[in-house]
Write a protein that binds this ligand. Structure first.
Ligand SMILES: Cc1cc2nc3c(=O)[nH]c(=O)nc-3n(C[C@H](O)[C@H](O)[C@H](O)COP(=O)(O)OP(=O)(O)OC[C@H]3O[C@@H](n4cnc5c(N)ncnc54)[C@H](O)[C@@H]3O)c2cc1C
Ligand SMILES: NC(=O)c1ccc[n+]([C@@H]2O[C@H](COP(=O)([O-])OP(=O)(O)OC[C@H]3O[C@@H](n4cnc5c(N)ncnc54)[C@H](OP(=O)(O)O)[C@@H]3O)[C@@H](O)[C@H]2O)c1
Length: 406
């Protein structure tokens, strides 16, 4: 994949890449590479780990399944195998992504963590530096994900806590927490599902809910809630769709306010569009909250040596802490001199136009719409670059010469 010319320059290994450089071999990088291949454009993926889909392989818990049905999580050009269940497991999803990479002959360069990428205005190329090489191309595609790094909050006292503290990205299963009292900080999809998993191992999760949260059933009337919402949005205004979702959710799940999960005033889809905050799709945690097996706690005031104090004055002894506090983009740490991303590492141009920036820069998978957003970005990027590629090829500029600065 990606025809390259390599030479040494002042002890730096310089690699001239024909076609775009893609940073990240997750679903977004793979999908974009496949779409480019289909358009006849070579590309090169630089991946910091030693495998494709490293988030799914190395940083997700054992019991994880897709929360959306498989037809809403497929990458372009190659669907899931027919015999996969409606909600594939993480292992099935990983095997799909590996087959996807093989099918399109995608061979990322592994162990290439991009430390810095900057547009060289003098030459009109992107210079992309890893620990041992500088890669140069006319196009740079950012595919490092919205969930590149864990968010680790600075909770007062956490440093003096005697037990173990880990983020959900390092959590595998409740086995190592069996019979323990566990503080789960955060009540997004990860916090809810980890709490559910802990119960399977006889642990006692105390889940911190510091804010309002929308919990929706994963399915309504046998259909994916998310799928229903997307269909309704084609015909009805957003606020009406949100009202419908809440009406049905309340009739299926009951009033969640009564069990400590107060709903935001803004509806679930509108809130997602405004703030990026995902609603929780319930896969069983709610019934364990109702039965008291998962304990809902208000915000944490401070952590002590062997427990936690909460803002409502309660105090609990705790054996371990799991931070289900979410993730953030890492783009600001490596993409330099570029105005297209905000300080949180998200494109400044909102969906659906965030995929293309200036000077040959593209972003895939930063739509806040999961794998569906990835698929749509990948197709658009490949079409856009292919058009330029053909123009360049036709005017035989494809043999441009790069003179690297002294
Ligand atoms: C627990 C969990 C469950 C999820 N479940 C779903 C779901 O069911 N459905 C859904 O649609 N979405 C889900 N998501 C969202 C998920 O992030 C996307 O589905 C998908 O993984 C995004 O793909 P991506 O390629 O954009 O990012 P990632 O999968 O994060 O891939 C980014 C890649 O870039 C690499 N990388 C990062 N920085 C660098 C660098 N500097 N240099 C080189 N390489 C780098 C990483 O190692 C990684 O391989 C889930 C997220 C989490 C955390
Ligand atoms: N099977 C699946 O499909 C699946 C499973 C898991 C995750 N996901 C996806 O993965 C992404 C990340 O999900 P996530 O649950 O890991 O993260 P998330 O949705 O960002 O949720 C983070 C949670 O942590 C809380 N939090 C953050 N800092 C806190 C602090 N200092 N004290 C107390 N609470 C704090 C947040 O509360 P506030 O709201 O108050 O900030 C929020 O409840 C989402 O897109 C999600 O949908 C999908």
């Amino acid at each position: 994949m990606g025809s390259c010319q390599q030479h040494n320059h002042n002890d730096t290994n310089c690699v001239r890449v024909h076609g775009p450089i893609i940073v990240g071999a997750g679903p977004s990088g793979l999908a974009t590479s496949a779409c480019l291949t289909q358009q006849g454009v070579p590309s090169l993926i630089l991946e910091k780990t030693d495998c494709v889909a490293s988030l799914w392989q190395n940083r997700t818990y054992d019991r994880l399944k897709l929360h959306l049905p498989k037809h809403l999580c497929e990458l372009p050009l190659l669907g899931f195998p027919r015999d996969f269940p409606k909600y594939p497991t993480k292992l099935q999803f990983v095997s799909y992504l590996e087959s996807y990479a093989s099918h399109f002959l995608i061979q990322p360069r592994f162990n290439q963590a991009v430390r810095r990428a900057e547009y060289d205005r003098g030459f009109g190329f992107w210079r992309v530096q890893t620990q041992d090489s500088e890669y140069v191309s006319r196009w740079l595609i950012v595919a490092t994900g919205e969930n590149a790094e864990p968010v680790i909050p600075d909770i007062p006292g956490i440093n003096i806590f005697d037990g173990s503290v880990l983020h959900t990205s390092s959590y595998e299963s409740g086995f190592e927490f069996r019979n323990q009292r566990v503080l789960v900080v955060g009540c997004g999809n990860s916090g809810m599902e980890v709490s559910l998993d802990l119960c399977r191992y006889n642990a006692i999760p105390h889940m911190v809910v510091r804010n309002t949260v929308h919990v929706l059933p994963r399915e309504m009337f046998g259909f994916s809630t998310f799928g229903i919402a997307m269909t309704l949005l084609k015909w009805f205004p957003l606020k009406l769709v949100d009202k419908f979702l809440l009406l049905v959710s309340n009739s299926i799940l009951g009033n969640t306010d009564r069990i400590g999960l107060k709903r935001p005033k803004t509806g679930p889809i509108e809130l997602k569009n405004i703030t990026g905050k995902s609603p929780v799709l319930d896969v069983g945690a709610l019934s364990l909250i109702k039965s008291g097996k998962i304990k809902v706690m208000e915000g944490v005031k401070e952590i002590t040596r062997n427990g936690a104090k909460f803002v409502d004055g309660q105090e609990k002894e705790i054996d371990s802490i799991i931070l289900a506090t979410g993730y953030k983009s890492n783009v600001p740490t490596w993409l330099k001199g570029c105005e297209s991303f905000n300080k949180n590492g998200m494109p400044k141009t909102p969906f659906p136009n965030g995929w293309k920036a200036d000077e040959g820069l593209y972003t895939v998978g930063f739509t806040g719409r999961g794998l569906l957003g990835t698929a749509s970005d990948a197709v658009k990027i490949a079409e856009d670059i292919a058009q330029q590629w053909r123009t360049i090829s036709n005017s035989s500029c494809n043999s441009y010469v790069i003179q690297l600065k002294e």
